[in-house]
Design a protein around this ligand. Sequence first.
Ligand code: HEM
Length: 207
Amino acid sequence: MRTGILIKPIVFILLLLPALYYSYAVYLALTGGENLLGPDPAQALALVTGEWSIRILVAALAITPLRYLLNMPKLWNYRRMVGLFALFYVSLHLLVFLMFLLQWQWLDIGREIVERPYITVGFTAFILLVPLGLTSFQLAQRKMGRNWKKLHSLVYGINILAVLHILWVVRSSYFDAVLYGSLVLICLGYRIMRKYSPSVRKFAVLK
Ligand code: HEM
């Protein structure tokens, strides 16, 4: 019980650290201080915010299977926080795109979303993530009843769109796309097998 109370703020701070570090890096860049972002700061920011988005998105997805397989019911308590952090990092990623890559050129934004498939897919993932964030609170869960579960199962589709986005945007290495794609498929496969196979349900320590 006591450890749980301590772990939650620690996880919160750990998830916030990348955003704090890169905000500091932006502050230094804007005030003429040390360059922590390399020769192309805008692209570096797009890359790191994208990487943190997918890491945390997949972590949120993995909570449910890990909860069952590791017999850790308390992992459930972290689902909302991790999910909201995923939305937070995807929003930062979008903000970097709008502010530093497109410099708030609204016409270009519409054109990019329509004409570049990887932007269309990434943007769709973001739009779908918003209602999950807005309804992640207990009151919404209670009011929505069964529909809440249906809505939140969108998280699988969002992860698939995010992996497609990365596959499309990738320039040099497919490592991230393959790694996160495999993790998403494993989580999705586990969910399907758990639903339809009693032996998989029996295998989990926690029912
Ligand atoms: C769930 C949503 C999203 C995730 C998980 C995500 C993740 C990523 C990742 C990991 C990368 C780096 C890929 C690589 O080169 O290895 C990336 C790149 C990029 N993303 Fe996203 N993204 C998402 C949504 C968006 C949205 C909404 C936009 C803009 C509307 C966007 C625009 C970009 C752009 C422009 C790049 C290329 C940056 C560059 O290297 O120049 N992404 N994204």
